[in-house]
Design a protein around this ligand. Sequence first.
Ligand code: SF4
Length: 501
Amino acid sequence: MGEQIKIACGVFGAINYEKQHIFPYIYWGMRAQNHRGHQSHGFLTYNNEKFHVHRNLDLIPKLKSSAIQEWFGRLPGQVGIANVRYTTSGKCDEKSLIKGTQPVTASKNGFKLAVSFNGNVVNTFQIKKEISKEFPRFSYECDADLICHKLLIELMKGKDLKSAVKTCMQEIEGAFSVAGITKDGEFFAFKDPCGIRPLCAGHSEDRSTYAFSSETVGLDINSFEKDFEIEPGELVTTSKNGFQREKLVNGNRKAFCAFEFAYFARADSCFDDRYVYEVREEFGRNLVRENPSIVKDSDIIISIPETGDDAALGAHEESGLRWERASRRHRYVTERAFILLNKERYSTIDKKVNILASKVKGKRIIITEDSVVRGDTTKIIIEKLRRMGAKKVYVFITFPRIIGPCFYGIDMATYGQLIGSKHNPEEIAEIIGADAVCYQAIENFVKATSFKRDKLCLACVTGKYPTPLAQRLADEMKKRFLAGTEEIARPYEMDELLQKI
Ligand code: SF4
């Protein structure tokens, strides 16, 4: 497989109108969302017409309350944005990772801009070409640079923020949930016309502070009240009086990422006023209803990893089978296996999950799992259960079978890396050593989310992409994959190729 650069991020930003330092809010708002990316983090504030930035690798560090005040000198101001990010890339040296850390800035001819971004640009080749005309030495490690420079170029043409953002929405294809600050300290946020990634808005009780956050947990931790989820194609700005909302572009359709429900989001976050937790419980119930004969042939339910817990509770309630907490995490081994690089994954799963041997010995077990991408994580866990004497192992997977890549910010870049693109559930069961693998039916998954089917992105499980270039990329990649040609993992290169054919 070639070099890959794929991103998943978390965004937080806030502004205070009573001259309070903003750093504590963006620190806590972002720390609540460290699960969205833990390879790097960054904070940026605006004060006296200057941007002040701190970026570093790894998780956001723990700061004592008194230490937070010490940061006011380094990151002063009443408005700020923050980001957490992960990337898997051929270039994993510290310098490259630091270079790709957000928030990012761009400046030229007295214009400047800062943005924090979550998503992925699909037509990178075209946008990069355009940016290179204005910035001949432009190179980027992260799609946030593309968004930031493109927006700056539109502002440099004399457009106001609204028209500049509108052009970006019309010309950039992909997923982008953005919070930003202009050179005048104007605070804003916007989403792509399909609204693929989450971004919500909220306020403090005294209405002196307004914030944007990828997930509602970023608002909760600051005791902010949620106002609304930003609509697809919407630009939101703030003033002392609150939020000003404007729909700039009508997309083909809303396409909120279904995978957020199954895997990415924290269970205590809300989408459309429903806790992700409740949705995941319903996933578990659905799997039981869909597979009565397997339930009949089972003794206990266990959940691995943590994101399978909520589904396990639902499955336990629906089936009456005991939910045995027979797998425990080593609490302070915090790496997410999916985010880790291949070589790190094996050793970490072994280190982070411990099985209570006597609870599984001789038992017929249902494991609830949030998703199976490559299959190797689940395989290792099943091997562990077999070693401990499990008699049968069935796998209930809440996210339907992933059959195609994601071009919108989740690290699933090629058909080749997806076990579900090549194999049916029976074959997958054999490969990972399970007695059966049961994926939740797409219709039941959708029903549990309370979203209408045509308001969700389900591209990686249906092959139907909500944006046109992504569809062409997927179709071309599939053709190559089926023909046995080596896949190009970077949409940028594939986009370039598509321009030629
Ligand atoms: S392709 Fe899958 S992972 Fe990517 S945005 Fe759509 S639903 Fe989410």
